[in-house]
Design a protein around this ligand. Structure first.
Ligand SMILES: Nc1ncnc2c1ncn2[C@@H]1O[C@H](COP(=O)(O)OP(=O)(O)OP(=O)(O)O)[C@@H](O)[C@H]1O
Length: 647
């Protein structure tokens, strides 16, 4: 009885094989990565999203170490499958040899067969142990690769989103991406989904599609390619000639397996292609639905007061209905796609036996060769099929890349949008030739000029919709439909909206915002809370709550005044910051600010005449871009006073 390979030298042979395949794989990965990132849209998108992980100063060393080790583990995995196929061949040949020896009554042959059987089982024990250890190490390092890539991408995309006010200004950008085959227009909806789900998907797919995961050597591109090459060679040796329509085809099985997978793959691509768009839609619809639920939660009180539950329910169920429609579209498409895959897989299970059966019954090959043929065929088939079955994951990956790229493009474009030219000054404020318009181009304020010195206070008035808030947005750098110049003392500027933003966390974080509570200190926070008539909150600084829902609008506006005292800005913009408090309290709060921060320039938007007394100048927006600037009682000399009526 002969062993199928020389097991004595197999260790060295395997080491040599692993070294060669590893080198080819690394070269292949680098070349393919380079070519794809240059020639395909999704390759470019991938490189934009994740390339920095492999080139960035902080991440590149660990990234490449992980790539190299994972690649090595993956090649070892394929080699183990190859060696196991020979071990199986010997085991079955031993069994067949034993059966023949028993029927011939040949005791020597029986002993040999028995030895061979047990040797192959010992070998199996050794190989299986290596296989288990290899799989666990690969699982651990693969997970490390995945999470590090995710950390890198999340940090990068979040930073990009928060840079240059892109998280606000990308609402003015209408980004569309022409997918090379999907024509998807992602826009900039649901950045939360893009940052959380899409990055997770891209990092998980990077690992799974390239290296494979979960211990199977055939579920990644590179293991699939190596497996195909290796087992094709084995199949080639095992397969004999075949008579096809009167012509003898040598090594017919190899050609047939390729033809079989080629045809099934073409059909699968054709059936699965629409899934890209459906998956893209699925994520978007789910995100929209989730967002509307969050909005309802945030606006629960208002909805409850309006008794708006029915309208909310209609809106929610309408959105959910779109999810269901998409769900069924995905199901029907997957039925076709997966149905085809199932049929192909079932057929492939018997295919090698049918082909080899005539040679087996003719005694040309033994049972071991027969089973090795089946396993080699299975490996080649599974690996070739990987490309067909991975279409699903690949479609998902592409949809995620579209969305991530869409967000990045929108961020980029929003930073390119016009912005008021800002200049740093030591003190005071200068507004020069500032014009703001609506997105439709209707002028709200035309060529506004004014200057304010430390201690000056300006109140902006005008009918509703005349452009008061928009002017503040323009000066704050938020509004893109603006021109002119704005000189102010650097970062020492605080813009307070009508209802202040309350961040998540404890009360001290909410009061100190945007300063960090540590930089301000609890004592100051307590003192300021007393000053703004919120002494009942002094003992609750540690409390974590949804403070935006707990505090009344009037209390929230008092928190805004506390922020002025804590953040000590040189210029404070207050947009109807006292609309929810009574006039007496308004008087106290403005007096407090004027007293405590006498040099702070105040710019308020207000509809109330009671705020006038705390200001030195009045800017009135009179419509169509016209404005009117005049000093207030007590009258003072106002250098920039004037009128403007656009022609
Ligand atoms: N994001 C936006 N997109 C389109 N138009 C907008 C947007 N924001 C504001 N506008 C329009 O710009 C104009 C000025 O709005 P703005 O909020 O500045 O008015 P306002 O004077 O502050 O009004 P109010 O006194 O009611 O607060 C309005 O016609 C408004 O509809």
């Amino acid at each position: 009885m002969e062993y199928s390979i020389d097991w004595g030298s197999e260790f060295l042979t395997s080491l040599r094989w692993i070294a060669i395949m590893f080198s080819y794989s690394m070269i292949g990965l680098l070349v393919a990565g380079f070519v794809l990132s240059r020639t395909t849209l999704w390759g470019r998108q991938y490189w934009r999203a994740a390339g920095g992980f492999f080139t960035g100063r902080d991440t590149r060393v660990s990234a490449w170490v992980l790539v190299v080790v994972l690649m090595l583990l993956m090649v070892i995995g394929v080699r183990l499958t190859v060696v196991l196929s020979y071990q199986g061949r010997d085991m079955f040949n031993a069994l067949q040899g034993a059966a023949e020896a028993i029927s011939n009554g040949d005791g020597t042959a029986l002993d040999q067969a028995e030895d061979m059987f047990w040797n192959s089982l010992w070998l199996f024990g050794l190989l299986a142990t290596i296989h288990v250890v290899r799989t666990l190490v690969e699982l651990y390092l693969g997970s490390m690769f995945e999470v590090r890539l995710r950390q890198f991408m999340t940090t990068r995309v979040t930073t990009d989103w928060l840079t240059g006010l892109a998280f606000y200004r990308n609402r003015f950008v209408n980004t569309g991406i022409d997918g090379d085959d999907a024509k998807i227009q992602p826009g900039v909806d649901n950045p939360d989904q893009r940052i959380e789900i899409d990055i997770d998907n891209v990092s998980a797919s990077s690992r799974r599609l390239v290296f494979g995961s979960g211990g199977s050597s055939t579920n990644g591109v590179i293991p699939a390619i190596i497996t195909i090459c290796t087992f094709t060679k084995i199949l080639w040796e095992l397969s004999g000639p075949m008579d096809i329509f009167g012509t003898e085809v040598p090594h017919a099985m190899v050609w047939m397996v390729y033809l079989f997978v080629l045809v099934s793959t073409i059909v699968a691509f054709w059936l699965g292609h629409p899934l890209i768009r459906l998956y893209f839609l699925r994520e978007r619809l789910a995100a929209n639905f989730r967002y509307s639920l969050v909005r309802l939660r945030d606006g629960a009180e208002k909805v409850a007061l309006y008794r708006g539950a029915d309208t909310e329910q209609r809106g929610l169920l309408d959105r959910f209905a779109s999810i269901v429609v998409n769900f069924w579209q995905v199901v029907f498409r997957s039925l076709k796609f997966n149905g085809w895959n199932f049929v192909v897989n079932q057929a492939s299970a018997v295919f090698p036996y049918i082909i080899q059966a005539p040679r087996f019954f003719a005694g040309e090959i033994k049972l071991g060769e027969m089973t090795q043929t089946a396993s080699a065929f299975g490996n080649v088939h599974d690996s070739l099929s990987f490309f067909r079955e991975a279409f699903d994951s690949f479609a998902d990956l592409r949809a995620s890349l579209y969305r991530l790229d869409g967000l990045e493009q929108a961020n980029h474009e929003s930073r390119e949008l016009p912005q008021i030219a800002t200049v740093d000054t030591e003190r005071g404020v200068e507004v020069r030739k500032v014009t703001t318009s609506t997105p439709d181009g209707v002028e709200l304020v035309s060529e506004l000029d004014l200057s304010l010195h430390p201690g000056d206070a300006l109140v902006i008035k005008g009918r509703s919709g005349s452009g008061k808030t928009t002017l503040l947005r323009g000066l704050a750098g938020l509004w893109p439909f603006v021109s002119g110049e704005f000189a102010r003392p650097g970062e020492s500027t605080l813009f307070l909206s009508q209802i202040p933003y309350i961040p998540l966390g404890d009360l001290r974080t909410a009061v100190a915002y945007p300063a960090s509570p540590e930089s301000v200190g609890d004592d100051s926070i307590r003192a300021v809370l007393e000053q703004v008539f919120l002494s009942h909150l002094v003992g609750r600084l540690d409390e974590e709550a949804d403070w935006a829902a707990v505090l009344s609008p009037g209390e929230q506006q008092r928190v805004a005044f506390a922020r002025i005292l804590l953040n000590k800005p040189a210029v404070a913009f207050l947009d109807e910051a006292t609309s929810a408090i009574d006039e007496g309290l308004e008087f106290e709060l403005y007096s407090l600010i004027r007293r405590e921060r006498p040099d702070t320039v105040l710019i308020s938007v207000s509809h109330r005449s009671t705020t006038d007394q705390h200001h030195t100048q009045l800017l009135e927006l009179t419509g169509g871009g016209a404005w009117n600037l005049r000093p207030l009682d007590p009258p003072g000399t106002v250098p920039g006073a004037g009128k403007h009526s656009p022609q």
